[in-house]
Design a protein around this ligand. Structure first.
Ligand SMILES: *[C@@H]1O[C@H](CO)[C@@H](O)[C@H](O)[C@H]1NC(C)=O
Ligand SMILES: *[C@@H]1O[C@H](CO)[C@@H](O)[C@H](O)[C@H]1NC(C)=O
Ligand SMILES: *[C@@H]1O[C@H](CO)[C@@H](O)[C@H](O)[C@H]1NC(C)=O
Ligand SMILES: *[C@@H]1O[C@H](CO)[C@@H](O)[C@H](O)[C@H]1NC(C)=O
Length: 780
């Protein structure tokens, strides 16, 4: 009998596993054929910083070479408002890039490092600038270059940000990232000095309307993350040996989960402004661990005393605290004490409605009973930190184990992406072929015109380069609102079994397409071990070059209530159908444009799209992680006979033109889609027939972890905000069987925060917060 030496077997296995992670990330080696049809001739979408002279050798100052790679091609930088016409991936091979000044990403830049060997950005000791990456420079002005609430479509992923060579006592920042929707940070490690008196801050955000981040690590520093923004979803953030892990500068609402905070003095400090003028509206923290932290949460909230009334609202759920003497500290003392090993099932402060109120909450409460379907395999980061029973979560797949040959280019398959050619057949063919052969579709940057439905079969994996755009266009197929048709149909039939993975692209329309449903999700992934999902996939109706729904066609006209039918952009942005199950959506921004991103002045436009995200999944589970829907005429989110839904942070905005015309114009209610008909509205009441932020009908176990429903305008005027009279109602729960629990409900501009079967449950005036109005805890 021949024997095989165990060490040879081991070597063979080692060879196998080594081969499983290629030495170089596929993105570096794949053919780069992105084409930006509205940029200057010869414009290059993908830039490898080494092609611009960066060395990455740990010695050479690469600042200028990297900034040259970014700015090549007349991009949207200093003085430019925004632009979709010059997107770029700026790619960093493995290495250490020394910086003496900040990297300045232009508008629509994705800074991507080798995922298999994340490059280090290392500050020189002489470094000057607001962050190694300064995402929105001030250029000596009082305001940052881009209005941070309009700073969309950008990413940073796969980097180590190292400030240790900068004198520890000098104020220094890792990344400056004021930002808005459709942006993400993923897989970034911040390394700062741990010396006493350290002043470094890893991540600094002072404004904007975010946004999403996941898988960030912070070591050392005075503050890991110093954060101010309207709202954000942040998941899987690990902090070790920071003085303060998170310093919350201000917010309206914030959703944190998968926090793992170790060896810090303070976990989250939300006391900014003090009791007389708190600047933090609310935070929702769950599935998180604190270990060897003196105080987990510092707050300035004192019931009926601190100002504004509901500022400093907190919800904690499923928190594990080991060696944490104090879990919540307020001016009233240590309200929630910890100890050697404590689990906090659910604790909150602020106003509660169960379902009537307000009454004061400051203490434990009965947290959500989580359906096991929503836990699935849990969140691996929370589980590793010792937190049991966490909600399922999965970051955007980056395909580290695949080689460049596994990616099939849409352009190589014959699609043009020039915004003019009909690419329907070429795209469908490459999607089918790649899926059949186990490969990934790579959509090179471009604007792909499609004139009938694209069907995504189970098993498909599709990834875009710099947010390519697939547009529903043509003269007939998508035109009829009495016969709506999907642009992207995920699963050919309702309830088809299987999974898909979609990331980094945009679905849109070209011209008036009153019958377009941009995404129709039919798949049931519940029997699959990999649930799949969609990550950084966004919908965008109008407001960009190539859409034919811009200032020239759709300039706002507050004097007129007549709808320009050439500006009816879409029927519905996204539909999760009845038999769809196990749907995971992360960082998805469902936007009907309120302004033209390619207009020099970002001029406002009136575009009409009927419905935002419509969820009918009757079995669930559905996870909506860091999603937002804005400016649809009937509703932003609607759930009908849905069950087992997890969502947070959710954010919506009502169309700026309403009530001129009202919500039922130009799309009348169609019972097939359970549309709201606003039949109870008095036609003399201009605040009544306004789009719902969220409407939940006959649904079971809808669990909301942070939601902001904003109404900023009435017929383009903002004078209605302080009096909360932009609209009468904004959130509706209907049907006796409906069960909904909401943590930190924030509304703006609405008189009633929440209605049940036509009756207001919560008056906004009773729940004043920093700018929104807030109910910390609602249980139906
Ligand atoms: C919390 O932050 C405030 C500034 O917003 C600061 O004054 C206070 O000292 C901090 N508290 C702790 C315990 O670090
Ligand atoms: C504080 O305000 C709540 C209503 O928000 C009220 O129910 C409660 O009685 C008040 N408590 C005190 C001590 O005034
Ligand atoms: C309502 O929707 C259904 C299904 O799409 C469609 O067949 C019907 O024509 C629509 N009704 C109206 C009045 O548009
Ligand atoms: C932008 O707006 C200003 C002020 O209304 C106007 O003077 C200017 O011409 C506009 N610029 C462009 C390029 O439209």
């Amino acid at each position: 009998m021949k024997s095989v030496s165990p060490s040879l077997v081991l070597l063979a296995l080692l060879g196998y596993f080594t081969a499983a992670i290629p030495a170089t990330f596929w993105m570096e080696e794949v053919a780069h054929q992105g084409f930006a049809p509205y940029a200057e001739d010869g414009y290059v979408v993908f830039r490898n910083v080494k092609d611009y002279g960066a060395k990455g050798d740990g010695v050479t100052d690469d600042s200028d070479a990297i900034n040259a790679a970014i700015s090549d091609g007349n991009r949207c930088g200093q003085g430019c408002q925004s632009s979709t016409t010059t997107p770029a991936v700026v790619y960093f091979p493995a290495g250490t890039y020394v910086l003496s000044t900040s990297i300045l990403p232009a508008y629509m830049t994705l800074l991507i490092g080798d995922a298999n060997s994340p490059p280090t950005l290392k500050a020189a000791s002489s470094f000057t600038g607001l962050g190694l990456i300064d995402g929105d420079p001030y250029y000596n002005s009082p305001d940052p270059n881009w209005l941070s609430t309009n700073l969309f479509y950008r990413q940073i992923r796969n980097f180590v940000i190292d400030t240790t060579a900068i004198d520890a006592a000098t104020l220094a920042y890792g990344i400056h990232w004021p930002t808005a929707q459709a942006t993400s940070l993923q897989n970034v490690k911040f390394v700062m000095p741990t010396t006493a008196g350290v002043a470094h801050i890893g991540l600094f955000i002072e404004s904007g309307s975010g946004g999403f981040m996941t898988d960030l690590t912070f070591e050392g520093g005075a503050i890991g993350a110093s954060l101010g923004n309207q709202q954000f979803t942040m998941r899987n953030l690990a902090f070790d040996s920071c003085v303060t892990a998170i310093n919350q500068l201000w917010d309206w609402g914030w959703t944190y989960y998968g926090l793992d905070i170790k060896n810090c003095v303070v976990g989250l400090n939300i006391s900014s402004g003090g009791s007389s003028a708190q600047s933090v509206g609310s935070i929702t923290v769950f599935d998180s661990a604190f270990t060897s932290v003196n105080v987990a949460v510092v707050s300035a909230y004192v019931p009926n005393v601190s100002q504004p009334t509901t500022a400093g609202s907190i919800i904690l759920e499923n928190i594990v605290a080991n060696q944490v003497p104090v879990i919540v500290q307020t001016p009233d003392g240590n309200l929630l004490t910890g100890g050697a090993a404590v689990t906090v099932a659910a604790w909150g402060q602020g106003h509660q409605y169960i379902p009537n109120g307000p009454t004061s909450l400051q203490g434990g409460f009965n947290g959500n009973e989580r359906p096991s379907s929503l836990l699935a395999s849990g969140n691996p980061v929370a589980a590793a930190a010792g937190v049991p029973g966490s909600y399922y979560a999965r970051a955007k797949p980056q395909y580290e184990t695949l080689r460049a040959c596994h990616f099939m280019s849409a352009r190589a398959a014959g699609a043009k992406g020039d915004g003019v050619t009909d690419d329907t057949a070429a795209l469908q063919e490459v999607i089918n072929f790649a899926t059949r052969t186990g490969n990934v579709v790579y959509i090179d940057y471009g604007l792909y015109l499609v004139t009938s439905t694209l069907t995504i079969p189970p098993g498909a994996r599709i990834v875009g380069e710099a947010y390519p755009v697939i547009m529903a266009g043509g003269d007939s197929f998508f035109k009829s609102d009495s016969n709506p048709q999907p642009l992207l149909q995920v699963g050919a039939t309702s309830g088809e079994q299987g999974t898909v993975e979609l990331s980094d692209f945009v679905l849109a329309t070209q011209g008036a397409q009153a019958g377009a449903i941009l995404i129709q999700w039919n798949l049931d992934a519940s029997a699959s071990s990999n649930l799949g999902g969609l990550w950084d996939v966004h919908t965008r109706v109008g407001g960009f070059a190539g859409s034919k729904l811009q200032v020239a066609q759709c300039l706002k006209n507050p004097q007129s209530s007549t709808v320009n039918t050439e500006c009816i952009g879409a029927f519905m942005s996204m539909h999760i159908t009845e038999a769809a199950a196990a749907v995971y959506a992360e960082n998805v921004w469902i936007w009907t444009a309120d302004h033209d991103m390619d207009d020099w002045n970002n001029t406002q436009i009136s575009i009409y799209a009927g419905r935002g995200l419509y969820v009918e999944s009757s079995a669930g589970p559905v996870w909506l992680v860091g999603t937002a829907a804005e400016h649809h005429t009937l509703y932003q989110y609607q759930f009908a006979a849905a069950r087992d839904v997890f969502m947070g942070q959710v954010q919506t905005e009502t169309p700026y033109f309403q009530p001129n015309p009202v919500a039922t114009v130009p799309f009348e209610a169609n019972a097939t889609y359970n549309d709201p008909d606003f039949s109870g509205c008095d036609s003399n009441d201009a605040t009544c027939a306004m789009a719902w932020g969220i409407r939940i009908l006959n649904s079971d176990t809808i669990l909301v972890y942070g939601i902001g429903l904003y109404s900023f305008f009435s017929n383009y005027a903002q004078t209605c905000i302080p009096g909360r009279s932009c609209q009468a109602r904004i959130a509706s729960i209907e049907g006796s069987s409906t069960t909904v629990n909401i943590y930190n409900l924030n509304t703006i501009g609405a008189t009633s925060m929440l209605d049940k079967d036509g009756t207001s449950l919560a008056s906004a005036a009773d729940n004043e917060n920093v700018y929104p109005d807030t109910v910390a805890l609602f249980q139906s």
